[in-house]
Design a protein around this ligand. Structure first.
Ligand SMILES: Cc1ncc(COP(=O)(O)O)c(C=O)c1O
Length: 344
């Protein structure tokens, strides 16, 4: 099977498996796991932050951040297709008691600008409105087809938000993809954000885990909330070891995934009934609109599966994500499978 459903499907590399087998471990609830500590120190260093915390999932990293930055009754502003809003099980409401104010990005790219955000804010309006407690950004943006936010745009949002006393959290599940696409370090892409969550288990290929980075004080509080939410882990250095390998070895490989995604988009753009602008595919996510095809997106996904290609249908669109278990040969086979299905 050529599995294009997500970059979460990668299997640990031989180097990761070896590191896992050899990992020195301790009880991480007591902060005594040396491998977890190394991963956290290295992540903090790469992002230019005081501290970092290993968490089991990206969702937990994001939701701990939402919890710490807000108080019940606040509102969080986020792009309308943002993961924190759409795919984290309503946790902002359940755990933090906040409501979400989804905002459209004016150019449709998924990347909010300050001009998009400002009218949605509630500051100094004591009656009727929930005060804006947090702005959440996502880079790269999953549901917007892996689009990216430049360091300058992010800085402008943060400076304006901070001048109004509002913190900014970055859902950087795929921030290393954004970094590879823009040629800008993750440190520069996120420098002004109050907290950043990034995933080890997506394009970087580790089997499990994400990291939350921020100030020493913020991370100390995050440790408490991680435990409260059931994320206090014990000899978890066996997982952090794979994460360390992912952090050091995977970022330079992401350019290959991006080239494969671009080739896939270019191939699909030629086919009848499919619509995609390959110019807009800059990272590893390809979302193709199939509304003009004779088959529904679900029928195409089923037919692809019979031909050994796995993808995901989203309404009338189909999403595919490249990763290091997908070769350029696999991309050619996937385009051929689409061609055969749509020719029928
Ligand atoms: C942009 C984004 N943020 C957060 C997450 C959540 O990560 P996890 O599945 O590890 O909870 C995902 C997962 O797909 C994602 O795409």
């Amino acid at each position: 099977m050529i599995d294009l459903r997500s970059d979460t499907v990668t299997r640990p590399t031989p180097a990761m498996r070896k590191a896992m087998a050899d990992a020195e471990v301790g009880d991480d609830v007591y902060s005594e796991d040396p491998t977890v500590n190394s991963l956290q120190e290295r992540a903090a260093e790469i992002f230019g932050r005081e501290a970092a915390l290993f968490v089991p999932t990206g969702s937990m990293g994001n939701q701990v951040a939402v919890k710490l930055h807000t108080k019940p009754g606040d509102e969080i502003v986020i792009e309308e297709r943002g993961h924190i809003f759409n795919y984290e099980m309503g946790t902002p409401a359940v755990v933090s008691g906040v409501i979400v104010r989804p905002v459209k990005s004016s150019d449709g790219s998924g990347m909010l600008t300050w001009t998009d955000i400002e009218p949605a804010l509630h500051v100094d309006q004591p009656y009727y409105s929930c005060p804006t407690g947090l702005i959440c950004l996502e880079n790269s943006h999953n549901l917007a087809g892996g689009s990216v936010m430049t360091a300058a745009e992010c800085r402008m949002i943060c400076e304006n938000a901070h001048s109004r006393g509002i913190p900014v959290h970055m859902d950087g599940a795929r921030i290393f993809n954004a970094s590879a696409a823009l040629g800008t370090s993750v440190r520069d892409l996120t420098g002004e954000c109050d907290s950043v969550q990034f995933c080890l288990s997506k394009g970087l290929g580790a089997p499990v885990g994400s990291v939350l980075v921020g100030s020493r004080e913020f991370i100390a509080e995050a440790r408490v909330w991680r435990k409260r939410l059931g994320g206090g882990m014990r000899q978890v250095g066996v997982l952090a070891a794979a994460g360390l390998v992912a952090l050091e070895e995977s970022p330079p490989k992401l350019a290959d995934d991006h080239a494969n995604a671009k080739t896939l988009a270019e191939g699909l753009a030629e086919l009848p009934g499919l619509s995609i602008d390959p110019e807009k595919v800059v990272t590893n996510i390809v979302i193709v609109d199939a509304s003009a095809a004779d088959l529904s997106s679900q029928e195409i996904v089923e037919a692809l599966k019979e031909k050994g290609v796995l993808a995901i249908g989203f309404g009338s669109a189909i999403r595919m994500v490249t990763h290091f278990d997908v070769s350029s040969d696999d991309i050619a086979k996937s385009i051929a499978a689409f061609r055969e299905i749509l020719a029928k």
